[in-house]
Each structure stands twice: as structure tokens, then as C-alpha cells.
Design a protein around this ligand. Structure first.
Ligand SMILES: NC(=O)c1ccc[n+]([C@@H]2O[C@H](COP(=O)([O-])OP(=O)(O)OC[C@H]3O[C@@H](n4cnc5c(N)ncnc54)[C@H](OP(=O)(O)O)[C@@H]3O)[C@@H](O)[C@H]2O)c1
Length: 192
């Protein structure tokens, strides 16, 4: 099966998400329950726990995170930076720094804190801004076998010009990725 190589640490800026087949990284109102039951390749979470030095997110994602939840179910620890225009009303949390600056400055600060490991950007809106600034090294996606139909898109930029990408790994840089799915039949007559 064609799959990506394990992620490596190298001071890279990763725009990293689990994404639905139709391009959403969160459901409506930031719902994330759809991710339950998705299976990742063995060792994948450890790859990112080991190679991630810092995380940069947006205020909406942070405000929606429940309680003391942390990336990778708490398996990862490290500095988290949250970008906001109004840091003054953010609830303080251990290991979390609220930044109010431009996205390029946020990346500079977070990469310095990452200590040579990667910076993970967990925000569609910030990732889009960084992409326009040429500050995203890799878009790193795990495509889940689900169609959401609505929610928060990885890349929401109406009116923009197409952005061409180079595929990393097997195949040529402009090659398509072939995937094939069948509807999962549930209910009395079918199997899940
Ligand atoms: N599928 C996955 O793997 C995965 C992983 C992580 C997160 N998520 C989800 O991703 C979603 C993120 O939501 P989102 O992208 O709509 O929101 P977001 O990026 O988390 O937050 C947007 C907010 O970030 C702040 N912001 C963005 N750019 C800024 C700038 N240049 N300067 C200052 N502040 C800036 C603003 O906050 P202010 O309004 O405070 O100024 C803005 O309203 C969440 O639902 C989260 O659960 C999914």
C-alpha cells in the first residue's frame, strides 16, 4: 500500500490535520466526534509525539478544546502558542502562550521554542495565512474515510487562485493520489 514515509523532525512548519475525504478538518461548530473510530497506521501518533517541538493554533480551536485537553491525547508535551487579537480575555493555562502578533512573527517565536523539532500548525485560518506568506513547509494530512458535507475546511479561500502543490513521496510531484472507497453499510441489513 502506498503511504507516506514516517514524519521526521527538522525544524519544519507542518500544516497537520486529520481531514475528511471532502476536505473538512472539523464539523459544524468545531465538532470533532467524527474522528472517533478512525484508525491510524501503527506508530503514527508516536511519530508526531517524537518529532513535534511546538504547536501553533488559533483562538477558536483553543476555546473549543474541552477542559485541559492537549494535543495527541496528552501523550505530547511542549510549548503551545495560540494566536488571538484579544489575549487579555484568554484563560491562562500551563504551557500555553497567547500571542497577538502577525502570523510570521508567531512562527518565528514558536519555531525558536520547538528546539529544532517541527512546529505543527493546528489552524486552518492561520495555515492559510502562512501558506500565502510561503511559511508552510509541508501540508501533512491523514484522510479519514468519511464525508462530512459541512464544517471547517482545511483551505477556505473563495476567489483565490489555485495553489499548486508538489506531492511528497512515491510518484512524480504532480501525480494524483488514487483512492477508492465503498459506503460503509450500517443497520439491520448490513454490516458496519
Ligand atoms: N482535524 C484535526 O486534525 C484537527 C486538529 C486540530 C484542530 N482541529 C480543529 O480545527 C478547528 C480550528 O478552527 P478555525 O480555523 O476556525 O479557528 P482557529 O484558527 O482555531 O481560530 C481562528 C482565530 O484565531 C485567531 N487568529 C487567526 N489569525 C490571526 C492573526 N493573524 N492574528 C491574530 N489572531 C488570529 C483569531 O482569534 P481572535 O478572534 O481571538 O482574534 C481567529 O478568530 C477547530 O475546530 C479544531 O478543533 C482539527
Amino acid at each position: 500500500m502506498i503511504d507516506t514515509e514516517p514524519q521526521t523532525a527538522g525544524g519544519k512548519v507542518l500544516w497537520h490535520f486529520t481531514m475528511s475525504l471532502d476536505g473538512f478538518v472539523a464539523g459544524p461548530r468545531h465538532q470533532m466526534d467524527w474522528i472517533t473510530g478512525v484508525s491510524f497506521r501503527p506508530g503514527l501518533v508516536d511519530e508526531y509525539v517524537t518529532t513535534t517541538g511546538a504547536v501553533l493554533g488559533g483562538r477558536d480551536g483553543w476555546d473549543q478544546a474541552t477542559g485541559d485537553s492537549r494535543p495527541y491525547g496528552g501523550a505530547w508535551s511542549g510549548p503551545i502558542f495560540v494566536l488571538t487579537h484579544h489575549p487579555e480575555d484568554a484563560a491562562p493555562a500551563d504551557g500555553v502562550t497567547f500571542l497577538s502578533c502577525n502570523p510570521a512573527e508567531a512562527v518565528r517565536i514558536a519555531l525558536a521554542a520547538a528546539g529544532g523539532k517541527n512546529l505543527e500548525v493546528f489552524s486552518p485560518t492561520i495555515g492559510r495565512q502562512l501558506l500565502e506568506l510561503g511559511l508552510i513547509d509541508e501540508i501533512d494530512l491523514h484522510i479519514a474515510p468519511i464525508l462530512l458535507g459541512q464544517g471547517i475546511r482545511l483551505y477556505d479561500n473563495p476567489g483565490s487562485e489555485p495553489i499548486r502543490l508538489h506531492r511528497v513521496g512515491d510518484g512524480g510531484p504532480a501525480s494524483v493520489l488514487n483512492v477508492r472507497y465503498r459506503p460503509a453499510v450500517t443497520g439491520a441489513a448490513g454490516e458496519s
